[in-house]
Design a protein around this ligand. Structure first.
Ligand SMILES: Cc1ncc(COP(=O)(O)O)c(C=O)c1O
Length: 484
């Protein structure tokens, strides 16, 4: 097959796959999708002609996360320079362990880490790109563990004291996973209560630490969140830092979602106290719209990662020479590591600090607009005061129709019809639809369209439910809608 022709066709297809008016997703159940695509057929003899059709199918049945009605996740939208960076990283296909195989990529990563550290207030800090916010949080917990118990690196935890960690009950589940992986135990991650706006209650934190000490445990780690997953809340970093200091805990700040908001001078106040923390997770793949994965762990002590991980027998890869300090692999739990820094760097050069600041501010304006839409609608109800970019709301059910069921059906129907995607969580045990603004290229009209779709679907399902007042008929609404 002619390679140029194939690449041209591919690029043409990619360029046009998300043109205006296209469906957000061509949803098929797993069985139907399997039937359509014959994915299990991996032929003994290859078929060059299958490539274009396979790519077309992949694009056809994928969710278009840069579609203006994709409001489901904490990332969305598009970013041309970062997209190009992603392609170039694959084209040049190198690995971030040694300078000799990744010279320019190494320098770019070091520049970015320095810049991000300086924004975070870690003047002599260091850090690394990780495989996502969850793993960056784990590296932070590992750094804290190895700082308080340096012998763990070689001897393990067998003779170690029982450690305890503290996060808010709004924090991300990755801390439980991290404690599990690190031998601390997910049960040793204590969940601190939060107030109605989702911020950690610092008085509760202090009580929990005291209780843990009374039990003979060794508190070692507290994580605050800047941008919680459901409510988009910011924990009071300054106050948490005081407690961390008092009890000699490692303080981590999880900015996996909201970290990029620090790029806005207008909203930087939300990070007051960050400079007192020991580490900070910041995911450019969320609010900087860089394609997944682009995630960074920053540390105040630039030697910490090396202390965690070095002194391994690696002379077959890391050679003693004047390039030593440029061999970033010694600070990473990965050996082979993608060049994620390139796409962030290209995008940052393209937009500049000011461009990114504008993008963040625009998202806040859009979130305020969406919140007002909810407040001014008599068919919608705001469930929590907006903290940043998340709007938690429901369609108000009437005549004893179960609110949770109705709202879940609205969401599900909109998704299965490829109209809009929005996610949900639970607030005080009740379903809360969570609209997230993570795409600065949206316009108010896109949000108008979303709410019109949501209310229209609510009206249809509400009246169907009233007509069929038995519960089993309520459940059928999804299927009825799906086949219309
Ligand atoms: C607050 C918070 N922390 C951590 C994570 C995990 O980040 P990642 O998806 O990059 O692993 C998320 C993901 O949404 C998050 O919202």
């Amino acid at each position: 097959m002619n390679k140029d022709k194939l690449l041209n066709q591919l690029f043409e297809y990619i360029k046009n796959y998300n043109t205006k008016g296209s469906k957000l997703v061509d949803f098929k159940t797993p069985g139907k999708l399997k039937e359509k695509l014959n994915l299990s057929i991996l032929p003994a003899g290859g078929d060059e002609n299958s490539l274009l059709a396979d790519v077309q199918n992949y694009l056809k049945y994928s969710v278009k996360t840069n579609h203006k009605q994709f409001l489901n996740q904490l990332y969305s939208g598009e970013n041309l320079p970062a997209f190009i960076g992603e392609i170039i990283a694959a084209l040049t296909n190198t690995s971030m362990y040694t300078y000799e195989v990744a010279p320019i990529a190494t320098l770019i990563e070091k520049e970015l880490i320095n810049k991000m550290c300086s924004i975070a207030g870690f003047e002599n800090g260091g850090g690394t790109f990780a495989t996502g916010g969850s793993n960056a949080n784990m590296l932070a917990m590992m750094s804290a563990r190895n700082k308080i118990l340096p012998s763990v690196k070689q001897k393990g935890l067998q003779l170690a004291p029982v450690l305890s960690a503290f996060v808010s009950n709004q924090s991300h589940y990755s801390f439980d996973t991290a404690a599990n992986i690190l031998g601390i135990g997910s049960g040793q991650v204590y969940k601190i209560k939060s107030d109605t706006s989702g911020k950690m209650l610092v008085s509760d934190l202090q009580n929990a630490i005291e209780k843990s000490i009374e039990k003979g445990e060794t508190p070692f780690f507290v994580a605050a969140t800047t941008g919680t997953t459901l409510l988009g809340s910011f924990d009071p970093l300054d106050e948490i830092a005081k407690i961390a200091n008092l009890y000699h805990l490692w303080m981590h700040v999880d900015g996996s979602f909201g970290g990029s908001i620090i790029l806005s001078k207008k909203y930087k106040y939300l990070f007051k106290g960050l400079e007192k923390a020991d580490s900070f997770t910041w995911n450019p793949h969320k609010l900087m719209n860089v394609p997944l994965i682009a995630s960074v762990l920053l540390l105040k002590d630039k030697h910490r990662l090396m202390k965690n991980l070095s002194d391994l027998n690696t002379d077959y890869i890391y050679h003693d020479n004047d390039l030593e300090e440029y061999n970033l692999g010694k600070q990473s739990v990965q050996c082979g590591r993608r060049v994620d820094a390139l796409k962030v760097w290209l995008a940052w050069r393209y937009y500049g600090d000011l461009g990114y600041e504008k993008r963040i501010n625009k998202m806040f304006d859009l979130a305020a607009y969406a919140e007002n839409k909810v407040k001014s609608s008599n068919q919608l109800q705001l469930l929590a005061q907006r903290q940043s970019l998340n709007i938690n709301f429901i369609y108000k059910s009437k005549n004893q129709v179960d609110s949770d069921e109705l709202n879940l059906m609205i969401r599900e129907n909109l998704m299965r019809k490829g109209i809009s995607m929005v996610n949900y969580g639970y607030l005080n045990g009740k379903v809360s639809i969570r609209l997230v603004i993570s795409n600065p290229d949206l316009i108010e009209g896109d949000l108008d369209e979303f709410f019109e779709n949501f209310i229209a679907m609510g009206n249809i399902l509400q009246s169907k439910t009233i007509q069929n007042s038995q519960k089993q008929d309520v459940e059928k609404c999804l299927i009825v809608e799906n086949h219309e």
